[in-house]
Design a protein. Structure first.
Length: 187
């Protein structure tokens, strides 16, 4: 299910290969992150240039270097190009918890790809990264992301009012969480 390449864990599912994102992926990242629909709940304005994509890739590398997160590029096995990303950020090691995030190119919506990728990294987080709790912060209008995490067993804990200031406005976020024993359905 997983192998190592330059100490970056590569995850494989039935249809997907989740891998490290590199500068050569910038054009593909720009493609989907310049889409207003994809970026609607991302917390950033749609990307306008390759420089925006390079900054995003740099942020992914900073997460990894500082051990505060990890971000995988989502690729279809037969194509190999980045069609989205998913991963963990805001890792709090002493409390064995993290936040999860994901986005996917609009052309790939509705095919179960995001679910397949998020399920794979959730399993990896509990199995190999020693997380006890994985959180998802989701804007109330983002129904598709809510359905995705609920399908994985995440529970909505409450509403964080005016929790983030992004794109010139305050946003409420639902706090979802999943505990290791809930994911594996054990006590």
């Amino acid at each position: 299910m997983n192998s190592k390449s330059d100490n970056f864990p590569i995850l494989e599912t039935k249809r997907l290969l989740l891998r490290n994102i590199i500068n050569e992926d910038a054009k593909n990242i720009l493609h989907y992150m310049s889409d207003e629909d994809v970026m609607q709940y991302y917390g950033l304005a749609p990307f306008k240039s390759l420089d925006d994509a390079f900054e995003e890739i740099s942020w992914y590398q900073t997460l990894l270097n500082k051990k505060t997160g990890i971000r995988w590029g989502i690729t279809l096995k037969e194509k190999g190009i980045i069609i989205g990303s998913c991963g963990f950020h805001n890792i709090v090691s002493q409390h064995f918890r993290t936040e999860i995030g994901f986005e996917l190119s609009k052309e790939m919506w509705g095919k179960g790809i995001a679910f397949e990728a998020v399920e794979a990294i959730t399993n990896y987080g509990f199995t190999h990264m020693s997380f006890q709790r994985i959180e998802a912060l989701i804007e109330p209008p983002n129904l598709s992301s809510q359905r995705l995490v609920e399908k994985l067993g995440f529970m909505r804990e409450g509403l964080l009012r005016n929790y983030e200031f992004t794109c010139g406005k305050f946003c409420d976020l639902y706090m979802y969480s999943l505990l290791k024993q809930e994911f594996y359905k054990t006590d």
